[in-house]
Write a protein that binds this ligand. Sequence first.
Ligand code: F3S
Length: 653
Amino acid sequence: MAMNITKKILSAHLAKPSDMIPGQDIFLKVDQTLTHDINAVMTYLAFEQVGLDRIGVECSVSYLDHNLLYLDNKTPDDHIYLQSVAKRYGVHVSRPGNGICHAVHVARFGAPGKLSMGGDSHTPHGGSIGMLCIGVGGMDVATAMTGVPMRLTMPKVVKVNLVGHLKPGCNAKEVILEMLRRVGIKGGLGKVFEYVGPGASTLTVSERATITNMGAEMGATTSIFPADERVREFMRAQHREDQFVEILPDEGCDYDEEMEVDLSSLEPLCACPHQPDNVIPLKDVEKKKVQQVFIGSCTNASYSDIAKAALVLKGHHVNEDVSCTCAISSKQIYTQLMRDGYIEMLMNAGVRLLELACGPCCAIGQSPATKGVAVRTTNRNFKGRAGNPTAEIYLVSPESAAATAIVGTFASAEDILGADVAKLAEIHEPQEFPIDDSMIIKPLPLEEAKKVEIVRGPNIQPLPIPDAPENYLKAQISLKAVDNISTDDITPASAEFSSMRSNIPLMSQYCYHRYDPTFAARAKEMGKSFIIGGENYGQGSSREHAAINPMYLGVKAVIAKSIARIHRGNLINHGVIPMLFADPADYDKLEQEDELEINGLLDQMPGRMVEIRDVTKDFTFKVKLDLSDSELEVITAGGQLRHLQKQLKEMEQ
Ligand code: F3S
């Protein structure tokens, strides 16, 4: 049977036979996992609890890449724990300074046809090399690392037929911003975007990575490109051509949906505050004074991204009113840019070079000024994402960011270079990258690994484990939230907050801190409570702390109009029941501090419909439980850790 790329990879990883019908549960054997420092401590604490001696997948990598700002003991405590726990269980470690997880993973570990799960929403970056990469919560990564089959709702596969080719001065960022403009931040839910067609073969792996990486902003399960000659070139440049396998869609294969993007028609675009789908042509953005430009992140800090930005800046200087910083995505890219003279161009233009890390992308340094206009090449522009909720974040390509840094207001590469913009097309990815894996610590043999002592500084606090739900639940509403609450709203980003993520008793005090600073104390005081959400609750980053912290504060269920995919999984894993209004109009009737009562919760759950009484206002309403059988088992067991321990015990018997 003719198959698309997605189905080919999924069918090769099925742990149980399946017809792969969209919406049905499928169970998959995972090849690789990745974690990163600001989410991973919970993952490894959970893996320790499982009681295995070693990981059960081909390859797991722990990246120390997000928070390299050691403000106090907390982050070094985390890094030392992560390095020692990785040694104990056979996990590779990519040390601080080696680069951002997705860039390094694609370059040094990924391979076409593999299936990976990563504790980061931008894990689909690896779709750029024809690998199926899915972003999940940290507890899911811990589960995948054991080697047990992972559940996935079979997605619909959308064919995105690319035609034409990008004009000089236009970046792959324009492609994904155009997708976001058309599809929106919820439009990718339950879908894989498969980019094919003649335009796809004009894009390099790094350009493809910008598109698959930022596909996360559409809420997609993942995005993928064919493993074709462009991927072979990339693998060759990484000295790993032996791991290349060609994976193309079969002729005449089916897709669930189709769309087309003409690359030649794209102009520089910009995502305006405060959502990544608020996209308009760059030339139409109000010419405000820009305070800050940041060129970097996993999305847009490849060799050609930075080289093109440097070429725009060459012979110019950063405007005196603009703070312009740049964080390159990996050591090998930095080295090559240095050899080719681009680092000097950046420095001569007054760009401040930062560590090879996520940094400003997740508010670890370089927060904008009060009400500052920040122009970034990153992937998210939620309020507060840059560490200052009064700031406005605009997302553009590196070429446009460089031009903006010179002018001091929104500008494109063509505005600076005129007809010479064509020169940008002469920049190509290196035919050979400098290969140096000395910053990667390889796993020890099992017997040696068993002797490793896991180091736990004071910031490493035990993982809180939820209680199983009871049949009778009476609790107040601790928060009524609006539409599009992001995990950044729930668990704020910054160097200070990120360093608390291994310490839930401390971090939970800052839950919803920037959205409603009174929430944490109120929820704790209530003991048990409900959160009410609007549409797309929990969008954005995969950080499971957005589920763990409310759980720790006693939140038993989130009742929303819709819940984003990864966050929904995190709620389930941490024993918080995700409920959807059967009639969204009921959202308007509820108020913060209303008391809600559920009689027979456990009895009603198998029917996937639960009746709730608002005791304060004396009316009843219904909520749907959009849970598969296995998710229901996880919830009733009291979360994924208890469920996994039970599963592994049964497998032993
Ligand atoms: Fe890091 Fe930002 Fe990417 S936090 S992994 S650079 S989305």
